[in-house]
Ligand binder design. Sequence first.
Ligand SMILES: [Zn+2]
Length: 150
Amino acid sequence: MKCPQCGSTETHVIDTVREASGNIRRRRACKACERRFSTLERVVDVAPLVVKRGGRREPFNRDKILEGLRIACAKRPVPASDIERLADQIEAQVIGLGKPEVSARDVGDITLRGLRGLDEVAYIRYAIVYLNLKDLESVKGEIEKLLGER
Ligand SMILES: [Zn+2]
């Protein structure tokens, strides 16, 4: 990103706003001359449709992912900014699959993998619901798998 005043490419981001359209507006400052300016990132990759169990399709929704992450991370020492970042990463990965449609299962797997790196308790909470762990034995199995991978 080039400074409109001095042409320096050394800029830093002061503020990032995601607009309702999905576009991202960033407030930047030039490190060389301190000029402030805004840039706009437009969405060019369109998120795929998510195929639910039973064949129903709905557009991929980052906010829904974020909501699930927040519930999983409730009362855990995870900064809100980390949860936001993970939602962004999950969205980027889902779009990065480059498919017009992805299964809910694929989205869930990507989410699980991300949560595992973020917070183990949140991961287990999410896994219990998402993997439909029905009893203590299967929860224990999942926890042992997690401990084994450390
Ligand atoms: Zn400048």
